[in-house]
Write a protein that binds this ligand. Structure first.
Ligand code: SF4
Length: 358
């Protein structure tokens, strides 16, 4: 496998074997500094590692500068068309900019952006989205939209490579999972630049999460993707949560609690949905008093004691229903048994033993 290159934004490494970084994009408008700061705080708490901010107008320079100076999270300014905006974003302290060199105003303007990025150590993300492909690009690729995405990325890459500029992140995104997969597979085989992956406009809630998991999961499982964004219609923190869930499912990164629960079947001794909800309530109650389970801790909720402990043997702690009661188990071995009447108390006390201070 080719060794992937890396870049640093705000001291944080992207690519080159670093964990797959989790990104989001501010949904608040840049002119509303307080809303932006509150959103950034929420994103940081959720574990976001890079936030893209739309910077559509020079009037917003002071807002951008304020934001960069008041947050610890690395910011990537998202620029369209204007090289002067790109220059302003860099002078405002942004450690990274996202541009499309193809639509920058003139070669000279683009060169001034590249020169400034070189001297300021700014990372440039370039890339193509399915929605921004031109009819000409699609026709040149014989109607193959994945190939057109690759061509569009390469068109953008050329001037940077010709200028010996290396601090680059590339991306090829589409609403089509298959086009995204193919385009990124090709790019990954041709270039070692860190790759940003995402499925654009994936949709709201569950629909968007599943679509993103399908596409990004396949890429990540093949080692493709150094930084990711789950684009959801809704709260930006959910994008971060889903990104970590995808990585956790693949065993790439562990974050938060991992609740494992069985679907329930004719062998179940308890209502698994109620037991799972009770477990979540107990954990939330512990968190409310400043205790939390360690990152990546696995809790299992299983419907029966016959299969439950064995099926959830990987769990750090688990509970399974029995005839008239329950068993608690640790890594598949039963550690306690009890009756339904004291289940909540026992489960709470057991989980509490594993908590650490928040
Ligand atoms: S753990 Fe028991 S109840 Fe749950 S799915 Fe497996 S066999 Fe069914």
């Amino acid at each position: 496998m080719r060794v992937r290159g890396s870049v640093k934004i705000g001291g944080l490494q992207f690519g080159g074997g670093a964990p797959v970084r989790v990104e989001s994009m501010l949904k608040s408008r840049l002119e509303d500094t307080e809303s932006c700061l509150a959103e950034l705080e929420g994103l940081m708490a959720a574990g976001c590692e890079l936030v893209r901010v739309a910077f559509p107008s020079a009037d917003l320079y002071e807002s951008l500068r304020t934001l960069v100076s008041r947050t610890e999270i690395p910011i990537m300014a998202d620029i369209h068309f204007s090289h002067t905006l790109a220059l302003a974003a860099m002078s405002g302290g942004c450690g990274s900019i996202r541009i499309n060199p193809g639509n920058m105003s003139g070669r000279e303007g683009l060169m001034s952006v590249i020169d400034a990025a070189k001297s300021d150590g700014v990372v440039i993300r370039i890339g193509a989205n399915g929605g921004s492909l031109s009819a000409k690009q699609i026709a040149a690729a014989g109607g193959d939209r994945a190939a057109a995405l690759v061509m569009a990325v390469e068109e953008q890459l050329t001037p940077l490579m010709e200028s010996d500029f290396d601090d680059i992140i590339i991306s090829a995104k589409s609403t089509s999972v298959s086009d995204t997969l193919l385009a990124n597979t090709i790019l990954s085989s041709r270039y070692t630049y860190p790759i940003h992956i995402g499925i654009t406009e994936a949709g709201p809630g569950l629909e968007g999460a599943v679509k993103s998991a399908a596409g990004l999961g396949i890429l990540l499982a093949q080692g493709i993707g150094d930084t990711m964004r789950v684009s959801l219609t809704g709260d930006s923190r959910t994008e971060v949560e889903v990104a970590y869930m995808i990585q956790r499912a693949l065993g790439l990164r562990k974050r938060w609690l991992n609740l494992i629960s069985c679907p329930g079947c004719g062998r179940r001794r308890v209502d698994v949905v109620s037991l799972a909800n009770m477990t979540k309530e107990i954990i939330a109650g512990l968190e409310a008093v400043g205790k939390k389970l360690p990152e990546g801790f696995d809790v299992a909720v299983m419907g029966c004691e016959v299969n439950g402990p064995r099926e959830a043997a990987a769990a750090d702690i688990g509970v399974a229903g029995t005839q008239g009661g329950y068993v608690l188990f640790k890594h598949g071995s039963v550690i306690a048994t009890g009756e339904t009447s004291n289940l909540k108390t026992m489960l709470e006390s057991c989980l509490s033993e594993f908590t650490v201070k928040k």
